[in-house]
Design a protein around this ligand. Structure first.
Ligand code: AQP
Length: 354
C-alpha cells in the first residue's frame, strides 16, 4: 500500500554512433542520478528494429552503447545495465499495453509521423507501437523517474496515459489482489499498480540541434556526419565539425534574449553552457560581443576536454567484448528477476492462469 520507492529507468537505442545530444540530453544525467537513486539503464535493442529491420552489426552496436554507458561513468555493479531483448517481459508487457493504448494515441505521436514520413502505409507496425514498448520498458520496473531528452516528452506522456488507464480499468482487481500502491496525483492519492512516471528533462541542452541546421535535432540517423559530434570522434574531428558548424554573421549577444531567432547560435551557446555546467546567461556574460571565429575554437577545446576521456575509455572497453558481455549478462539476470515479479502480478490482475 505504501508509495512507490523511487527508481530511475532509461534506455538508448543501438542504432548508430552516440552523439553529443545523446550524451548531454541523457547519458550525463544517468551518471549524475546514480549517486542518489536506484537506476536501471538499458540498451533498447528491440526498439532498434522498428525503423530498420536488418542491421549489419547489431551486436557491436549494442556493445558500443554499453561501452559508452560505462565510459561515461555508470557503475554496473551498483546499478543495472543490460540489453532489452534479454528480458522477455519487455515484449510481453508491450503486448498488454498494445491492448491498453488506443490507436488514436499512437497516430498522434510526432516521432512516428517524422520517422514514417509520407509512406506511412509502409512503416512497420513496430514503429507505430514503439511508444507502447517504451511504456513497457519503464513500467516493467515500475520506474518512477525517466531522464530523457526533450524529444521523448510526448512518449513519456503516453506512458503516463497507459499507466492511468491500466490502473483505472483494473482498479477493483488490483485492490482485490492486494497489489495496489499509493500514488500521489496532484492533491489526491489514488491506489494503482503502475506509478505515474515523471520525466526528468532539464538543463541547457535538452534538445541539442544539428550543427548543419538549427531547426533539426542532432540525430544518429542524419545522413551528414558533419551534423553531429559523435562520442567516438577524435579531437581533430570535433574541432573540424565545430569550425564548419552553421552560424550567422552577427556577434554573440550579451543576454539569452538576443539568441531568439538565431537557432544555430543558440545551439552552440547551449552546448557550451551544458559542457561547462553554466547557464547560457553566464556564457554570454563572458562571450557577448565576440565573433564566432573566436567562440568556436574555445568551444572546440572545451568539447575535446570533456569528451576525450570518454572516447579513450570507450575504445579500451570496445576492445574487451567479453567484459561488456559479462556486464550485460549480469544486468539482464538482475533486471529479469524484477521483471518476472511484475509480469506475475500483471497476469494475476488481468486474470490469466499461471
Ligand atoms: N539531439 C538531442 N538532444 C538531446 N537529447 C537527445 N536524445 C537524442 N537526441 C537528442 C536523447 O538521447 C536518448 C537516447 O535516444 P535514442 O537513441 O534512444 O533515441 P532517439 O531520440 O531516436 O535518438 P537519435 O539520436 O535521434 O536516434 P535516431 O536517429 O535513431 O532517431 C533519449 O533520452 C533522447 O531523448
Amino acid at each position: 500500500m505504501s508509495a512507490f520507492s523511487p527508481r530511475v529507468f532509461s534506455g538508448v537505442q543501438p542504432t548508430g554512433n552516440l552523439h553529443l545530444g545523446n550524451y548531454l540530453g541523457a547519458i550525463r544525467k544517468f551518471v549524475a542520478l546514480q549517486e542518489s537513486q536506484d537506476c536501471i539503464y538499458c540498451v533498447v535493442d528491440l526498439h532498434a528494429i522498428t525503423a530498420q529491420l536488418v542491421h549489419d552489426d547489431l551486436k557491436s552496436q549494442i556493445r558500443s552503447i554499453t561501452a559508452a554507458f560505462l565510459a561515461a561513468g555508470i557503475d554496473p555493479k551498483r546499478h543495472i545495465v543490460f540489453n532489452q531483448s534479454r528480458v522477455s517481459g519487455h515484449a510481453e508487457l508491450a503486448w498488454i499495453f498494445n491492448c491498453v493504448a488506443r490507436i488514436g494515441w499512437m497516430n498522434r505521436m510526432t516521432q512516428f509521423k517524422e520517422k514514417a514520413g509520407k509512406d506511412r502505409e509502409n512503416a512497420s507496425l513496430g514503429l507505430l507501437a514503439y511508444p507502447s514498448l517504451m511504456a513497457a520498458d519503464i513500467l516493467l520496473y515500475r520506474a518512477t523517474h525517466v531522464p530523457v531528452g526533450d524529444d521523448q516528452k510526448q512518449h513519456l506522456e503516453l506512458t503516463r496515459d497507459i499507466a492511468i488507464k491500466f490502473n483505472n480499468d483494473f482498479s477493483g482487481r488490483i485492490a482485490a489482489a492486494g497489489l495496489g500502491t499509493e500514488i500521489a496525483m496532484g492533491e489526491e492519492t489514488v491506489n494503482g499498480y503502475f506509478p505515474i512516471t515523471e520525466p526528468l528533462i532539464g538543463g541547457e541542452a535538452t534538445r541539442v540541434m544539428s550543427l548543419k541546421d538549427g531547426s533539426k535535432k542532432m540525430s544518429k540517423s542524419d545522413p551528414s556526419d558533419l551534423s553531429r559530434i559523435n562520442l567516438t570522434d577524435d579531437a581533430e574531428q570535433i574541432a573540424r565539425k565545430i569550425k564548419k558548424a552553421k552560424t550567422d554573421p552577427n556577434a554573440l549577444p550579451s543576454e539569452p534574449k538576443g539568441l531568439e531567432g538565431r537557432a544555430e547560435a543558440d545551439n552552440l551557446v547551449g552546448i557550451y553552457a551544458a559542457l561547462a555546467d553554466l547557464s547560457k546567461a553566464d556564457v554570454l556574460k563572458d562571450f557577448g560581443g565576440r565573433q564566432f571565429s573566436e567562440f568556436k575554437p574555445v568551444l572546440a577545446e572545451l568539447a575535446v576536454e570533456k569528451l576525450s576521456p570518454i572516447n579513450a575509455e570507450m575504445r579500451r572497453l570496445i576492445d574487451d567484448p567479453a567484459h561488456i558481455d559479462a556486464v550485460l549478462k549480469d544486468g539482464g539476470e538482475r533486471a529479469g528477476a524484477i521483471a518476472e515479479k511484475t509480469m506475475a502480478d500483471v497476469k494475476e490482475i488481468i486474470g490469466f492462469l499461471q
